[in-house]
Write a protein of this length. Structure first.
Length: 539
């Protein structure tokens, strides 16, 4: 059985989690390992774990991937399916570069310190004003969005052993032209965002013991979800070369937009995660270890009637749903030189789910509700010279989504950036991902499988010490396997952009970007134009 839907509905079917699963991801072996590395790096004895081999080339590589990142009010994104359910980080096809205790990656720059005093306070602040005018080419009039964002990055050194850090960004999005803005209960015209990575943390260093207590909050633009992560981590020196890091995080996610609450149970949830690494420093360049994590997912199991693009469904209220996820494995982290980092990990992962998933009355495939399979990951970052850097990430793992389901994902991505002429910077990135959601059985999805392939190109030319021009293009191809009601489909997305950056002063910059997107599926086309002007001032 099959039927034709409009392009908007096909976009929805291709990107299931983008519509229904907006919550914390984080529960995958590679993401847990990255978080532990960042926590260990807060201990001065393990600071090398937080060093980025790319250095200042990280910013150049991220700038070259700007078009691939899903941005607010840019709906034609074919995103990484394994990351779409994550409001605690900036979604991206690219695995590396993410930081959990800072929003200053993936396009956001940290303000430089403006306060540094003898009392131990270091603080930098910035105010960024963005105004954008976007429209669908075929079926929508232009709409105007004004987005002021306040950024801060600071620390307070209480004494030699205690440090308090605070960093983040608060954004307002004010939409004009009488457009409805689905973001919060209390307003249809104004929405707010707390940039992923907005956090406060307290570090206590007691020689062989390092303690980090933290609170981290995220509210993504237009998602209508808010999540708070409260946690405690310790790193303990067990012997001269042996250390142990363990972290506990309690995550609570709230629906702050009533429309999302009507979609399914599981939107509001509590989640408990314990992750750990036992590390043996075989040498100054090589770490060997054991990694593992346990996660308990406890959603709100209340059911509601809903009508989406199909017919109204009654969500089941019996069989309370909960999920458990485990992984354990071995890893090696090698730093043959300051400019090279390599990490390899492999192990086993298990997913156990009870009850019924709460998304559009989908029920769990009994054969897939308790499974164990392997995982692996590879990450290589290398600064080849003063001009060139590259990095590779690849892996296969399970990823937790809302409603208690999980996706199995194969992924690989590669990026390179370098100076090709005086003042000219070239960046190229490619990615491939194949995901399978074996736990779904419902009116539209039956073992849903998706694959995505893409290419990002970017060239920046500095014309003077104040003025630079940017040229970017992105091509993405996605394929969805047949389900019960949807036939197999192919989607194509093309994006292009030109921009200019001008420094009025050392602390005030202007930017102007013009972007265009074309989304194509079958004989349906949908396009969008977007003009953005921004001003950023550091205090």
């Amino acid at each position: 059985m099959s039927f034709r839907l409009s392009l908007r509905h096909l976009i929805l079917s291709f990107s299931l989690t983008a519509a229904f699963a907006q919550g914390q991801l984080g529960v995958s072996p590679s993401q847990n390992a990255a978080f532990l590395s960042e926590l260990r790096a807060r201990d001065k004895d393990h600071a090398k774990d937080g060093q980025d081999a790319l250095g200042d080339h990280r910013l150049l590589l991220e700038r070259g991937r700007e078009l691939s990142r899903p941005e607010v009010f840019k709906p034609l994104g074919v995103d990484a399916a394994r990351l779409e359910s994550d409001i605690t980080g900036f979604n991206s096809q690219y695995q590396l570069g993410r930081r959990y205790f800072s929003p200053f990656y993936s396009g956001w720059d940290a303000p430089r310190p403006s306060v540094q005093n003898a009392n131990g306070l270091t603080l930098g602040t910035a105010l960024q004003f963005d105004i954008q005018n976007g429209s669908y080419v075929f079926d929508r009039t232009p709409n105007l969005v004004f987005s002021p964002t306040f950024l801060w990055d600071g620390s307070y050194k209480i004494d030699e052993n205690q440090t308090f850090t605070f960093t983040g960004g608060l954004q307002l999005n004010i939409r004009g032209d009488n457009e409805h803005y689905d973001s919060e209960y209390w307003s249809d015209e104004i929405g707010f965002a707390l940039l992923p990575g907005t956090s406060i943390a307290y570090d206590l260093d007691l020689d062989s013991l390092h303690v980090t207590a933290y609170d981290r909050v995220s509210a993504r633009p237009y998602v209508g979800m808010l999540q708070n992560d409260l946690g405690l981590a310790i790193t303990l020196e067990l012997a001269q070369r042996l250390s142990w890091t363990v972290n506990y995080t309690f995550s609570k996610t709230y629906d702050i937009d009533g429309n999302y609450g009507a979609y399914s149970r599981g939107i509001n949830f509590d989640q408990h995660t314990i992750s750990s690494e036992l590390v043996f420093e075989q040498s100054s360049a090589l770490d060997l270890g054991v990694e593992g994590a346990m996660t308990w997912y406890d959603p709100d199991n209340s059911g509601e009637e809903l009508g989406v693009i199909f017919a109204p469904f009654r969500l089941p209220e019996n069989d309370a749903m909960h999920a458990e996820f485990f992984n354990a494995g071995l890893f090696a982290a090698w730093r043959p030189a300051k400019e090279t980092q390599i990490r390899v990990a492999a192990g086993a992962q298990s997913s156990r789910v009870a009850g019924e998933a709460g998304i559009i009355n989908l029920s769990i495939n009994p054969e897939q509700s308790d499974t164990t399979n392997p995982y692996y990951s590879l990450a290589i970052s290398q600064r080849l010279s003063e001009q060139w850097s590259h990095e590779l990430a690849a892996g296969y793992e399970n990823v937790l989504g809302l409603g208690g389901y999980y996706s199995r994902a194969h992924y690989v991505n590669y990026g390179v950036t370098g100076a090709v002429c005086e003042g000219g910077q070239f960046t190229a990135s490619v990615f491939f991902e194949r995901t399978h959601s074996p736990m779904f059985r419902g009116p539209a999805w039956d073992g849903d499988s998706m694959s995505t392939t893409g290419l990002d190109l970017h060239y920046s030319q500095r014309l003077s010490s104040r003025l630079a021009l940017d040229f970017a293009g992105s091509m993405i191809y996605g394929h969805t396997e047949a389900g019960n009601y949807f036939s197999s489909s192919d989607v194509y997305q093309y994006l292009g952009g030109v921009g200019a950056r001008y420094a009025l002063t050392d602390r005030t910059q202007l930017r102007l970007n013009l972007q265009a997107a074309l989304f194509h599926q079958s004989n349906n086309y949908e396009g969008q134009g977007r003009l953005l002007f921004g001003v950023r001032t550091e205090f």
